[in-house]
Design a protein around this ligand. Structure first.
Ligand SMILES: O=P(O)(O)OC[C@H]1O[C@H](O)[C@@H](O)[C@@H](O)[C@@H]1O
Length: 552
């Protein structure tokens, strides 16, 4: 984040040399055969400094690295001054330079550990108390709708960071949820999303949570307005809106103008990035679904990881380790993508969540100093919950032409040990088998032996697995709120570390603006063909085709 080009660092040049001279020799079969200590060298156990039950193992031994390469990768971290920039973040310096803002999601889960001199930080506890009080009154049934009934359905209306975090966490921690309370999440401007959700709601017992940092996002404000119209078509009197609509935002003025009173507004601050906001008031739906005590556990789990990131030596520092391994593949092996593969159905939104977290943060091509980068930055992030992915895209991961580094994640214990944990043992056997198959593959010799002398050449070739495909494995005892908090913070700090090395600003999102501006312009031209002005022939042709075929 210094804004320097990564390629200027001497460690970068060293890594390029190491890649050029070594990469043909970096064969996992050989590396493991030669060194019985390889697992010992390249695994780390995380134990939260605050709570020993929040723990996991990171095995990164199945990566295409040696000790000198690992050392050079950590030299790159030192040379890029990641530790100095980390301190700037924790101190509240305005490291989001393009927007002149601090980056302080860590202050939302700080529990008075560090003094951070930024305005708003001293209001965090107050907002948490508000979340606690409100979530408890909804869960206990004390909060009543306009006809005196308790709330049994919540609808979070928000998009991007104001949607993905609450969706991911409420899914991930469903085992902790209040089962007689239904939570829906409406994000898309497509009327179908709201209409299909409202079909499942009763205006007398539904609470709408309007989540928008800016409170100007077109999708959210349009959905919220239509939801209010739907509500008022039954409730009639506007005075009832107060019992059924609350807002989570930094923009008090826009919230009040929408008709939500300030006591029903949960505040946060401009130093909370949208994709880092689940720890803030944006987490209200999480607190309602899993209860405030569990929400606080989530925050504490993340705080433990913050402490680890801030104090652990680089060679023990898990976010740093994940970050440098990512750089090794992204920048030296030319890998374009990175897979997140949780072997836990509860984490089925984990990759979706980090698509925004990673790609909106590090999908940049100029440095903080405005220089065009001549190297790759953020990877394309994708994934699915195991074992579903195995029956979908793993073919390409195992035998395709692309190198796709992957992180496998799994809990040792399931929340649902049905059939005497048979399901879970099968799930975990896949979790152990896939990284093994990716790393070690199956040689032609092995295939021939298996198929016998009559096998055709094409059949033999088609059954060979090249192997040498790298992965990390993260194994934790159980998916608890605190463990989830630690895992999310682990990836947040990985993204931070990579952003600093690439010299980019991980905390703005200018790339989402242009499409929004053009859509606004087009919206005003949709009525009549003669209004369609100022576009290329393709866009004009498409809009004309729509105008010919629409039937309102
Ligand atoms: O919460 P808001 O202000 O409605 O923004 C929702 C989303 O909008 C844009 O896509 C980006 O700025 C995202 O980072 C943000 O999460």
């Amino acid at each position: 984040m210094s804004g320097r080009l990564a390629t200027e660092y001497s460690a970068w040049k060293k890594l390029q040399d190491l890649y050029d001279t070594e990469h043909n020799r970096l064969v996992l079969r050989d590396l493991f055969a030669k060194d019985p200590q390889r697992f010992q060298k390249f695994n780390r156990e995380y134990v939260s400094p605050d709570d020993a039950s929040t723990t996991f193992l990171l095995d990164f031994s199945k990566n295409l690295i040696t000790e000198p390469i690992f050392a050079a990768l950590l030299d790159l971290v030192r040379e890029a001054q990641v530790e100095e920039y980390r301190e700037k973040m924790f101190a509240g310096e305005h490291i989001n330079t393009s927007e002149d803002r601090a980056v302080l999601h860590v202050a939302l889960r700080n529990f008075d550990e560090w003094k951070i001199p930024e305005s708003g930080v001293n209001e965090v506890d107050q907002v948490l108390a508000h979340i606690k009080e409100f979530s408890e009154s909804v869960r206990s049934g004390e909060w009543k709708g306009y006809t005196g009934k308790s709330i049994n359905t919540i609808v979070n209306i928000g998009i991007g960071g104001s949607d993905l975090g609450p969706v991911m966490v409420t899914e991930a921690l469903k085992a902790y949820s209040k089962r007689d309370l239904t939570a829906h999440f409406v994000s898309n401007i497509d009327g179908t999303h709201l209409a299909e959700t409202l079909r499942l709601c009763d205006p007398e017992t539904t609470l709408f949570i309007i989540a928008s940092k800016t409170f100007t996002t077109q999708e959210t404000i349009t959905n919220a307005t239509s939801a209010r119209d739907w509500f008022l078509s039954t409730a009639k009197d506007k005075v009832h809106v107060a019992r059924h609509f609350v807002a989570l935002s930094t923009n008090t003025k826009a919230v009040t103008e929408f008709g939500i009173s300030s006591e029903n507004m949960f505040q946060f601050w401009d130093w909370v990035g949208g994709r880092y906001s689940l720890w803030s008031a944006i987490g209200l739906s999480i607190a309602i679904v899993i209860g405030y005590a569990n929400f606080e556990e989530l925050l504490k789990g993340a705080h433990g990881m913050d402490k680890h990131f801030r104090s652990a030596p680089l060679e023990q520092n898990l976010p740093v380790i994940l970050a440098v391994l990512g750089i090794w593949y992204n920048n030296f092996y030319g890998a374009q993508t990175h897979l997140l593969l949780p072997y836990d159905q509860y984490l089925h939104k984990f990759a979706d969540y980090f698509q925004q977290g990673d790609m909106e943060s590090n999908g940049k091509s100029v440095t903080k100093n405005g220089q065009q980068v001549a190297y790759q930055t953020g990877p394309i992030l994708w994934g699915a919950a195991g074992t579903n992915g195995q029956h979908s895209f793993y073919q390409l991961v195992h035998q395709g032409t692309k190198l796709i580094p992957a992180d496998f994640l799994a809990p040792a214990i399931s929340h649902n040990p049905i059939a005497h944990s048979l399901h879970h043992r099968i799930l975990l056997s896949n979790f152990f088998a896939q990284p093994e198959a990716l790393a070690f593959g199956k040689t032609e010799e092995e295939v021939r032996k298996e198929l016998g002398p009559n096998a055709t050449e094409p059949l033999v070739k088609s059954k060979v697995f090249g192997g040498n495909r790298p992965s990390n494995s993260i194994l934790f005892p159980k998916l608890t709120p605190s463990t989830l908090g630690a895992l999310v913070a682990l990836y947040e700090h990985k993204i931070f570390t990579q952003g600093v090395i690439w010299g980019i600003n991980s905390f703005d999102q200018m790339g989402v603006e242009l499409g929004k501006v053009l859509a606004k312009n087009i919206l005003a031209q949709l009525e009549k063909p003669e209004d369609v002005q100022g576009h290329d022939s393709s866009t004009t042709g498409l809009i004309h085709y729509y105008q010919k075929h629409r039937k309102e």
